[in-house]
Design a protein around this ligand. Structure first.
Ligand code: SF4
Length: 356
């Protein structure tokens, strides 16, 4: 069972969805909190490791992303002048309250650095997915407003650190930018609590919305997809709309499947459906023992190596443990070791939306 640290109030992390679908806040309140997916849980582990609040065991892939996040943070802090800030806050939730002290909404930056009346707000994204860059990122805009309210800052730099998508994106809010952001975000956060706000499905809006399984507008996307005429599939304009709705419909269908699984897990019966146990995966955990046994059979090291697959992340971790190098130094050593020993392949093209 999950506890709502947001106390049922709007949160900066959903600011993009509120902008795209203002009615989603009230509809989502009717749904319980989801259990985190494995991808989300992995992202949470990396975030917790960066925050340093609790010791976290990371797997090789997570360690690679963690290292790249930390390296990019160092670079952003150096560029923005926050190498030695007066205050550092990591994953500390901030609140906006009314004049009586009643909480209105909240947000939790991954990192907030303060020197004097200047601040730096960082947000880490550990996946590859599309994220609005810092200058137009509404989550960062809401966090900026909270930082102004809580710490009386007069200028704030914001950055998105998403190493799997490339370099960080950075933007700066001047004092007048901050005043404009405070007015806009406060108005937006108040409006979404009012009844009858429009609900407008789109992939970006619906992706993380808990209300997908009960939302009439999102269900309608499934209905439209199901009734699409053949002519609509060959008209490029209509095909674009079809693709957008198809992505919403897929999210709705996945939400329904998750609902059904949770229902059966809780002892419910859906006639004709059962939960099939997941596949069992066997993993070799002692390759050195396997090698010794193969050698006794007469296998050469070349023959054994032909059955071994090395991942770059695991190799980097192993090299780092030997050389004690980190960051760019470690990356350079790994590159020199791999030189001439790798090949690149390209996957088939995938259909994606053009950048926002
Ligand atoms: S499912 Fe989509 S359309 Fe429905 S409330 Fe959520 S974001 Fe809005």
């Amino acid at each position: 069972m999950s506890t709502d640290i947001r106390r049922g109030l709007p949160s900066a992390s959903s600011a993009v969805r509120y902008a795209l679908c203002p009615g989603s806040f009230l509809l989502e309140k009717r749904m319980p909190y989801d259990l985190p997916s494995e991808a989300a849980a992995s992202g949470t582990r990396i975030h917790e490791a960066i925050s340093g609040k609790v010791p976290i065991e990371l797997d090789d892939n997570e360690r690679e992303i963690y290292d790249r996040c930390v390296a990019q943070e160092v670079e952003v802090r150096r560029t923005a002048g926050f190498n030695a800030p007066d205050h550092t806050f990591r994953e500390e939730r901030m609140w906006m309250s009314d004049e009586n002290g009643t909480p209105l909404w909240s947000g939790e930056p991954d990192a907030l650095f303060i020197t004097g009346t200047s601040g730096l707000v960082l947000d880490y994204k550990t996946g590859r997915g599309d994220v609005w860059e810092a200058s137009v990122n509404l989550q960062l805009r809401a966090l900026v407003v909270l930082a102004v309210e809580n710490y009386s800052l007069t200028e704030i730099t914001v950055a998105i650190i998403q190493p799997l998508a490339g370099k960080p994106t950075i933007a700066r809010y001047t004092f007048s930018d901050l005043l404009a952001a405070v007015a806009e975000v406060s108005e937006d956060m108040a409006r979404i609590k009012e009844p009858n706000q429009p609900r407008t499905p789109s992939e970006d809006a619906c992706k993380y919305c808990r209300a997908k399984a009960i939302c009439p507008e999102a269900q309608q996307a499934v209905a439209v997809i199901g009734s699409t005429k053949e002519s609509a599939i060959i008209d490029p304009q209509e095909l674009g709309r079809f693709l957008e709705l198809a992505r919403v419909a897929l999210k709705v269908i996945e939400a329904r499947k998750d609902q059904a699984k949770a229902f059966i897990e809780a002892g419910g019966i859906i006639t004709g459906w059962v939960l099939k146990p997941g596949a069992t995966v066997e993993k070799i955990t002692k390759p050195e023992v396997v090698w010794e046994r193969c050698e006794r059979l007469g296998m050469t090291s070349e023959g054994f190596m032909s059955s071994v697959k090395i991942t770059k992340g695991a190799l980097k971790t192993a090299i780092g443990a030997v050389t004690m190098e980190k960051g760019k130094g470690l990356a350079a050593t790994v590159d020199s070791i791999l030189e001439g020993c790798t090949e690149e392949t390209q996957n088939a093209p995938s259909l994606v939306k053009e950048d926002k």
